[in-house]
Design a protein around this ligand. Structure first.
Ligand code: PBG
Length: 330
């Protein structure tokens, strides 16, 4: 700590007395460059199907997703993250549709890169949108199989990268998947594809609305606590991150967001890699629900929460509010 003077020589309020000096002394700032816009896509014909638990968020058709990519480019948003809602008829116990090179995600990636090549496209690597049991991995006798799942995830990642994805983001929390994906990508000449690892992802009630959004809520049998982390833990997050860094993760993600700022701060301080936070569906829903009651001002809360991630040390935030925030920031 570098301040020495005491009151009355020191009067911290001097630095807050007007907007110009507040601007001059502000330590952390939010800009469009800090945003990754998360969007939900679907394989239906309607351009937009509203997600009830997330007012203002809709499942987008391939065409609407391409339009959204153009909008992101105009708003100066550097990247988008896409999450699929898959027709229930295409789901099975092994999530086979995840490996379809002509499936929804690959079509969306191609359409978005076509519409706005300058926008980075991040894809989720996990099986939950595609399995009839709603788990991120293969389920046998009530257990999630690690190594067999990693093989599928590696294939899924490769297929998405071949369709043009710029960043693969394994969100499944299986052990060893970052290393397996890295070597598979390298072996096929995709050395430049980025991996953003969901390195510290917690088993969280904040994902509730997302599961409605992608249609896995009713499907999910049990919970994800044998692979996602226990929210009582922080040292364990450092071990998870250390493994993913050693396996070749380029960027790190902490999830959920606002309740996990201590984890963001530790990850950034201890590893120094580009570190992101995910402001997840439940956080979005809470803000929108309170705003709908007139209890909070959502525009102000959006900017305040997103800036808080920056202050905690995040280099950026994955958020459903990205377009809104970029508009507010002008
Ligand atoms: C699962 C996945 C989840 C989210 C992104 N990928 C949910 C889960 O782990 O059950 C949550 C996103 C959100 O809540 O906004 N692969």
């Amino acid at each position: 700590m570098n301040y020495t003077a005491r009151f009355p020589a020191a009067r911290p309020r001097r630095l807050r007395q007007s907007e110009w000096v507040r601007r001059l002394t502000r330590e952390h700032r939010l800009g469009a460059d800090d945003l990754i816009w998360s969007v939900v896509v679907h394989d239906g014909a309607e351009d937009e199907v509203p997600v009830a638990a997330m007012p203002g968020v809709s499942r987008l058709s391939v065409r609407a997703a391409a339009q959204a990519a153009k909008r992101a480019a105009k708003l100066g948003i550097p990247a988008m993250a896409i999450f699929p809602h898959i027709d229930g008829a295409k789901k099975d116990s092994t999530g086979r549709e995840a490996l379809n090179p002509d499936g929804l995600i690959c079509s969306v990636v191609r359409a978005m890169k076509d519409a706005a090549p300058e926008v980075g496209i991040m894809v989720d690597v996990a099986l939950d949108p595609f399995t009839d049991h709603g788990h991120d991995g293969l389920l046998r006798d009530g257990r999630i199989l690690n190594d067999e799942t990693v093989e599928l995830l590696t294939e899924q990642a490769l297929i998405q990268v071949k369709a043009g994805a710029d960043i693969v983001a394994p969100s499944d929390m299986m052990d060893g998947r970052v290393g397996a994906i890295r070597s598979a990508l390298d072996a096929e000449g995709h050395q430049d594809t980025l991996i953003m690892s969901y390195a510290a992802k917690y088993a969280s009630a904040f994902y509730g609305p997302y599961r409605e959004a992608i249609g896995s809520a009713k499907a999910l049998k049990g919970d994800k606590r044998t692979y996602q982390m226990d929210y009582g833990n922080s040292d364990e997050a450092m071990r998870e991150v250390a493994l993913d860094v050693a396996e070749g993760a380029d960027m790190l993600l902490v999830k959920p967001g606002i309740a996990y700022l201590d984890i963001v701060a530790r990850v950034k301080a201890e590893f120094g890699l580009p570190t992101y936070a995910f402001q997840v569906s439940g956080e979005y829903a809470m803000i929108k629900a309170a705003a709908a009651q007139g209890w909070i001002d959502d525009d102000r809360i959006v900017l305040e929460t997103l800036t808080a991630f920056k202050r905690a040390g995040a280099d950026g935030v994955v958020t459903y509010f990205a377009a809104k925030a970029a508009e507010l920031l002008g």
